[in-house]
Write a protein that binds this ligand. Structure first.
Ligand SMILES: C[S@@+](CC[C@H](N)C(=O)[O-])C[C@H]1O[C@@H](n2cnc3c(N)ncnc32)[C@H](O)[C@@H]1O
Length: 347
C-alpha cells in the first residue's frame, strides 16, 4: 500500500498550482477544491487519466491539517443504475459524506451525470428526470413521507420488538456475527431507513466503508441529521446513497456485505431485490436480512394471494427459496415470534 503526505501551503509543481489541503488528489489533478458542484458540462470528452480518480491503488494519505488518516477507496464499485457501467468520478476520493458531496459522477457509457442532493448521492434510475414521475407501491411510498421518516426512530421502529424483534443492539450484534468474514470490506446497508444500523456499522470500525442506501429522500435526510450530530460519524467512511434495491448502483462482485434490516417486506419485488444483492456481492460476500414472517399455512396461501393484491410478508421457506434460487448458499436463520434474521453467502 503506497502512502503520500500533503504539505500545508500552496506549491507550484510542473507549472501547476497545487492544493495540498485536499490530500485526496494526485499532484497532476487540476481539481479545484473550492468548487462544490459539477454541472454536466464539467465532464468533457477530454477527461484525462490523471484527472479521473480511480483509487484502485488504495492510497493511504496523511493530511497535516487533520489528525485522521483518510483511506482512499476504490472508486470502481459505484456504477450507473441504468447500464451498470462503472462511474467516472471527479472530485476528492473516499466514501465519506464530504468527499461524495464534493464529487460529480458520470457514466461513460450512457453519458448520464449523477450528483448529490442535500447530503445524499442520487443514484436512482429516475434521477435527473424533469417531466416524468413514477409512483412506487404503497410500501415504498409510505416511507418517503417526511412524517413517517421523522417518527421512524422516534418510536415506530421500537414497536417491532412486540413482534419478536430483539432490539437494536441485539440485532446489530447478531448481524455482526454473520458478517465476521466481511471484516475490513465494504458494507451496504440497503433500505437503511434513517440509518439506525448504518451508523452502528460505520461506528464499529469493522468495515473500510459503509453505504447507507434507501429509496426515500426523507429517510436519507433524517439519516444525515443523525450523522451530523456525531463528529465521529462525520469523519468515518459512511456515504448516503439514494437507490432502488431492485437496481443497485454497484459493480457486480464489488461488495463484501449487504445488510437489509426490516426491509424485505417493504420491497416491491423481493425476487428482483435479492437477485441484485446476489449480483453485487463478491464471492464469499454475505447477505443478512431481517423481516416479519408470514405464518399462514400453505393450504391457505392461494387465498391470501387473491385477497391481498400485493403480498408483503413471506414465510421462512419462501425467504430461503429466494436466496437459494438467486445462487446464494449457506442459508441459515434465527426466528423469534414473527422476527427472522437470515443469512446467505455468495459462493
Ligand atoms: C421498515 S424500514 C427499515 C429501516 C431500517 N433498515 C431498519 O432496520 O429499521 C424499510 C425501508 O425500506 C425502504 N424501501 C422501500 N422500498 C424500497 C426500494 N424499492 N428500494 C430501496 N429501499 C426501499 C423504505 O424507504 C424504508 O426506509
Amino acid at each position: 500500500m503506497a502512502s503520500a503526505s500533503a504539505s500545508s501551503s500552496l506549491v507550484v509543481h510542473n507549472n501547476l498550482l497545487q492544493f495540498p489541503k485536499s490530500p485526496y488528489l494526485s499532484f497532476q489533478s487540476q481539481f479545484n477544491p473550492l468548487r462544490l458542484r459539477f454541472p454536466s458540462s464539467f465532464f468533457s470528452s477530454t477527461t484525462t487519466a490523471s484527472s479521473t480518480i480511480r483509487a484502485s491503488s488504495a492510497l493511504l494519505l496523511d493530511s497535516e491539517s487533520s489528525t485522521q488518516q483518510v483511506q482512499a477507496i476504490e472508486e470502481d464499485f459505484l456504477a450507473c443504475p441504468i447500464c451498470y457501467e462503472t462511474l467516472i468520478r471527479k472530485g476528492p476520493s473516499g466514501l465519506n459524506l464530504s468527499a461524495i458531496y464534493r464529487s460529480g459522477f458520470k457514466c461513460k457509457r450512457c453519458n448520464k451525470s449523477y450528483s448529490s442532493k442535500d447530503m445524499y448521492l442520487d443514484l436512482t434510475v429516475a434521477s435527473g428526470l424533469r417531466d416524468y414521475t413514477e409512483v412506487q407501491p404503497v410500501r415504498t411510498e409510505l416511507f418517503r413521507s417526511p412524517l413517517v421518516s421523522f417518527l421512524y426512530e422516534r418510536g415506530w421502529r421500537q414497536n417491532f420488538n412486540r413482534s419478536g424483534f430483539p432490539g437494536h443492539d441485539e440485532e446489530f450484534n447478531m448481524a455482526q456475527e454473520y458478517f465476521e468474514s466481511a471484516k475490513g470490506g465494504r458494507l451496504v446497508d440497503v433500505s437503511c431507513g434513517s440509518g439506525l444500523f448504518s451508523r452502528k456499522f460505520a461506528k464499529s470500525g469493522t468495515y473500510s466503508g459503509v453505504v447507507a442506501l434507501d429509496f426515500s429522500e426523507n429517510m436519507l435526510r433524517q439519516c444525515y441529521d443523525f450523522i451530523k450530530k456525531d463528529d465521529i460519524l462525520l469523519r468515518t467512511n459512511l456515504a448516503l446513497v439514494r437507490a432502488d434495491v431492485s437496481r443497485l448502483p454497484f459493480s457486480s462482485g464489488s461488495v463484501d456485505a449487504v445488510h437489509a434490516g426490516a426491509a424485505l417486506h417493504c420491497w416491491p419485488s423481493p425476487s428482483n431485490a435479492v437477485a441484485e444483492v446476489a449480483r453485487v456481492l463478491r464471492s464469499g460476500g454475505v447477505f443478512v436480512g431481517t423481516t416479519f414472517l408470514d405464518f399462514m399455512p400453505w393450504i391457505l396461501r392461494p387465498l391470501r394471494e387473491r385477497i391481498a393484491q400485493t403480498r408483503s410478508t413471506l414465510t421462512g421457506e419462501e425467504i430461503e427459496d429466494l436466496c437459494m434460487s438467486r445462487g446464494l448458499t449457506n442459508y441459515s436463520c434465527k426466528i423469534q415470534q414473527s422476527f427472522i434474521m437470515f443469512s446467505a453467502q455468495k459462493p
